[in-house]
Design a protein around this ligand. Sequence first.
Ligand SMILES: NC(=O)c1ccc[n+]([C@@H]2O[C@H](COP(=O)([O-])OP(=O)(O)OC[C@H]3O[C@@H](n4cnc5c(N)ncnc54)[C@H](O)[C@@H]3O)[C@@H](O)[C@H]2O)c1
Length: 353
Amino acid sequence: MKVNFGIIGFGFMGHIHEKTLNSLEATKVVAICDIQEERMEDAITEGVIKTTSVDELLKIEDINTVIISVSNHVHKEVVIKAAKAGKNIICEKPAAMSVKEYDEMVAVVKDTGVLFTVHQQRRFDEDFRTAKEVYDQKALGNVFTVQSMLYGINGNMHDWHVFKKYGGGMLYDWGVHLIDQLLYMVDSKITTIFADLRNVINEEVDDYFKILFRFENGITGEIELGTYFLADKEKWFERHWFIGGDSGSMYSDGFEPVGKVARTTRLLKNVPGKTTMTASGPTRSFGPPPEGVLITEELPKVNVAHIMFFENYLNALEGKEELLVKIPEVRRVLAVMEAVRESAATGRSIDFE
Ligand SMILES: NC(=O)c1ccc[n+]([C@@H]2O[C@H](COP(=O)([O-])OP(=O)(O)OC[C@H]3O[C@@H](n4cnc5c(N)ncnc54)[C@H](O)[C@@H]3O)[C@@H](O)[C@H]2O)c1
């Protein structure tokens, strides 16, 4: 028997969800809903019910799970309706606009006993999983810094994302993924958060942020995103990871990561101050290392794909696995985002956890 789905919000993500669910043996899209009727014209599922009313979709009894892919400002309203209708829920990120909204949603979810998760499928991004694999292998010794960077090089932001009232801005958009990834990797309490959040070219919403996390285990996490790092390049974005430990470094570029793990064959704690001429002038600290001291290794290979998010969900539905993206984890990311806003507004670091 297939698991029947309804998709609420049939825009960019709604269409992707329809394709994904059609590609899986175990799932079937029974109905879709969008307040803009024309958005549903190119649905690919044969015989799918189309409606402009969320209530009508929720009345369809044989829908087991709804995917909520409306714009951010209506997540709360739709999640609460869906939970009250007894539907299991996969909600798009960010689950809510605030921790307060989220707590209200979760209270209803818990009351009704439906399954609830959030579509943080970027936990299955190859670049992230590669960095996480290096981190998990403890291959770099004591890690002191983890950096995750994403830059758009053409200044693009689009549609409702440039308006505050719809939940626009990059923190609500990519920020949620980047924070979720870092917290999924570094298993430690956060002691402080310091952040800069700016509207570089957009009037209403942020399009740049830098977030520094101090974790209890001594690691400093850094996330930086900008949509306006203009560059004359063939590629349209820059994606980087850097992890530094006391016995190695890992760096990677791109979503299909290209990079290395680098180590030293022997530590050079103190060496005679040999002067090397570089473009910036003579240097003793930043010249080349002695021959044979640096070795590099290939990045580990990981086998991941976004479809694994749904595989996990379906297994959880059958009670075979725990949901990967859990209610408290989602709340923690939202709480971090609030601390980011507070830190940026006050210019101070915020005590956390
Ligand atoms: N997980 C990811 O990687 C990812 C990527 C992109 C977007 N998203 C999330 O998906 C959600 C949708 O984003 P999008 O880019 O698809 O936006 P979109 O504007 O393309 O689609 C949203 C759709 O929701 C419809 N809608 C709005 N209010 C509605 C309501 N009350 N009832 C029914 N339909 C309604 C709109 O008419 C629109 O067609 C957002 O929460 C966004 O953050 C997630």
